[in-house]
Design a protein around this ligand. Structure first.
Ligand code: PGA
Length: 251
């Protein structure tokens, strides 16, 4: 593993104050029982960030948001700036998730500017890339990931301030995962692309995301070049998410 592994839970648009508090408190309590943990981040919906921040306070769990605006402030109704996310206790922000690329038409250029805003605000962006099923079937998976990594990385990206997440769109929420060989190969493509013009390619953390759960985490997280996981559905269940954390190779 290039970096200390990161297991990030992307709650997406799920939860209420009551369920968020219970889930975060359960995970925070479990942290006390294990000596060597990977880095853990919870990315709840924006409206629940403050509540989760106070619930995990004092635990090793970090807070992440699911998106940010590219600007620091201004007339952008409904958006949240990276600076405010930092101010309320976030360390991470997911940018360029395929659901935002699809639902909100986010382009690599926009994702790059959001990732830059995250860096400027002192947040670590988790930059998501990944091909659709049609792109994979057409033999274009590697090209797509190359283009997205090259197009979405901000200028000042280093292994110390960004995380990349490879998430094949067809594996998200479907229960399907690529073969271990495909995951390894795609992570290598993402890493090679990151490394163009940079000397710390071996150190950048590249997470796998897409139907990671307790039952497949051990295999996926042991693959060379896989530095952790971005977990959707399974992160909504404390026991399942904890199985993934537990399956992470310790260093
Ligand atoms: P999933 O989602 O684990 O539910 O497939 C992963 C993601 O979208 O980050």
């Amino acid at each position: 593993m290039a970096a200390r592994a990161l297991i990030a839970g992307n709650w997406k648009m799920n939860g209420t104050q009551a369920t968020a508090k219970a889930l975060a408190a359960d995970l925070a309590a479990r942290c006390n029982t294990v000596p060597m943990l990977p880095r853990i981040a919870l990315c709840p919906p924006a409206a629940l960030l403050g509540l989760v921040a106070s619930t995990i306070s004092g635990s090793p769990i970090a807070l992440g948001a699911q998106d940010c605006h590219a600007q620091q402030k201004g007339a952008h109704t409904g958006d949240t700036s990276a600076w405010l996310l930092k101010d309320i206790g976030c360390s991470f922000v997911i940018v360029g998730h395929s659901e935002r690329r699809a639902d909100h038409g986010e382009t690599d250029i926009l994702v790059k500017s959001k990732a830059q805003a995250a860096l400027d605000a002192g947040l670590m962006p988790i930059i998501c890339v990944g091909e659709t099923e049609a792109e994979r079937d057409a033999g274009k998976a590697a090209d797509v990931v190359r283009r997205q990594v090259a197009g979405s990385l901000p200028a000042g990206a280093t292994a110390a301030n960004v995380v990349i997440a490879y998430e094949p769109v067809w594996a998200i929420g479907t229960g399907r995962t690529p073969t271990p060989e495909d995951v390894r190969a795609m992570h290598a493509v993402a890493r090679e692309t990151y490394a163009v013009g940079r000397s710390d390619g071996a150190d950048v953390a590249i997470l796998y995301g897409g139907s990671v759960k307790g039952s497949n985490a051990k295999v996926l997280l042991a693959l060379p070049g896989v530095d952790g996981a971005l977990v959707g559905g399974a992160s909504l269940d404390a026991a399942d998410f904890w199985t993934i954390i537990d399956a992470t190779p310790r260093r």
